[in-house]
Design a protein around this ligand. Structure first.
Ligand SMILES: N[C@@H](CCC(=O)N[C@@H](CS)C(=O)NCC(=O)O)C(=O)O
Length: 421
């Protein structure tokens, strides 16, 4: 880091450096979109997808990706999950269980993600291969068995017991079955060179397995299974997937309240990897080791994309910070100045805790893409380390039973004021 700037940039200057918002309607897949047209007229819209605000729901991700891959025009309505807030009453009237996803097609409401995919396939044709074909059905069963073995290892067993070891072996054997299936075609996908419904069914949980097993077990799924790695690499070439892709930190902390519990095995590898996922430095691999999280290099635009996202919501972010709106203003501008210009600024004394509060609550892809989040976390952490009073002060811990710290309500009020919802 070079010499220190005396004063961080003002909000006006920072906003002046931030790029405009991308085209949410016709541009690449973007979690902030409320309407997707893919260049068609709005009158072509037959579908509304109800999915969760934070893009944490795996079953929603499957349907979302299908619509994006197939380029079906659709509307999006976002709903709160019980682990981070109150379910909207209008949604309970529509779907009394409150479960997500739901989809309306030509006025007909459908729940259950597989029924939704079948209905979409009926209306718009199959994605690569029909879901009902024998290989597709076999692969769907394999996905459920892989899911079951992951839950068993992640949620039921911890420490270094024999049961933990057996659960790890059972999971690895199931992942090996997926490797075999991936080896049955020239690949990189299950049906060949393009991702079909069979692949999309695997996406949400393989992404969550990759993240959670790294964090709670120190296990590198992609390194252990080269064809699964090739499959992820091919997905990471697609703007559709990149728009829905989360990261290790987000999943490591969104899964415990959704799954009830995640058990760490406490090995030295596990503790080192979890520490690295939590506090960096990013990327989370060293010296020639492949990055277990992504094969994509950071885009040169990532820092300014992060800047745009924070500037847009900075008033609410200031209000919600433990330092309060006044106390967090200068430290946040200091971190954003570093992000935008590469020039470090010393934050006010006692601000490390507030900077780390935000570092730990960036949610990918809800707030910004994976690479932008890395840049922002890096800038927040580097600025925290310049706190003249207590550079090591941790932020308030993340809770395990719920994530009410992520209640979207204040952000929705702001969006409503801007007539965005
Ligand atoms: N079998 C259902 C499962 C759906 C499901 O479990 N949804 C969860 C989120 S992942 C949910 O909406 N839970 C209620 C909540 O969290 O508010 C499907 O495939 O659609």
């Amino acid at each position: 880091m070079g010499s220190l700037r005396v004063e961080p940039l003002s909000w006006k200057d920072l906003q002046g450096l931030a790029p405009g918002r991308p085209d949410l309607v016709n541009g690449p897949t973007n979690p902030q979109a409320r309407l997707r047209l893919f260049g068609q007229d709005e009158s072509a819209v037959r579908v509304t997808l109800y999915r969760d605000h934070h893009a944490w729901c795996p079953y929603c991700q499957k349907v979302w990706l299908w619509l994006e891959e197939k380029r079906v025009p659709y509307r999006i309505r976002k709903v709160t999950m019980v682990c981070y807030g109150d379910k909207e009453s209008w949604y309970r009237q529509l779907v009394p269980s409150g479960y997500l996803p739901a989809l309306e097609i030509d006025g007909r409401l459908i729940t259950e993600s597989d029924r939704i995919l079948e209905a979409l396939e009926g209306a718009f044709g199959p994605l690569v291969a029909p879901m009902g074909e024998p290989r597709g059905l076999t692969l769907r069963r394999l996905e459920r068995r892989l899911f079951g073995s992951w839950c068993e290892w992640l949620c039921r067993h911890g420490g270094t017991t024999g049961q933990e070891e057996r659960a790890a072996q059972a999971f690895t054997a199931m992942a090996g079955r997926l490797e075999e299936a991936l080896g049955e075609t020239a690949g990189p996908f299950l049906m060949g060179e393009s991702p079909g419904t069979a692949d999309l069914v695997f996406v949400p949980y393989l992404e969550r397995m990759n993240a959670s097993l790294a964090y709670y077990k120190g296990y590198r799924l992609r390194q252990a299974h080269p064809l699964i790695d090739r499959w992820f690499r091919a997905l990471e070439q697609r703007s559709t997937y990149l728009g829905t892709q989360s990261d290790f930190h987000t999943h490591a902390h969104d899964l415990p309240p959704q799954m009830g519990c995640c058990q760490a095995n406490g090995s030295s590898d596990q503790r080192a990897l979890a520490q690295r996922i939590d506090v960096g430095p990013w990327p989370i691999s060293d010296g020639g080791e492949p990055d277990p999280e992504t094969s994509c290099p950071e885009s040169p635009e990532a820092p300014l994309r992060a800047l745009e996202r924070v500037c847009r919501h900075h008033r609410i972010l200031l209000q919600r910070n433990p330092l309060g709106a006044v106390g967090f203003d200068q430290p946040l501008r200091a971190a954003l100045t570093l992000l935008a210009t590469g020039e470090a600024c010393r934050p006010q004394a006692g601000s490390a805790q507030g900077l780390r509060y935000l570092r730990d609550r960036i949610s990918v892809p809800r707030d910004m893409p994976l690479d932008a989040a890395r840049c922002l976390r890096r800038a927040l952490e580097a600025t925290a380390q310049l706190d003249p009073r207590d550079a090591g002060a941790p932020g308030p811990p993340l809770t395990l039973k719920h994530r009410l710290d992520q209640d979207p309500t204040p952000f929705l009020h702001q969006a409503r004021e801007e007539s965005l919802v």
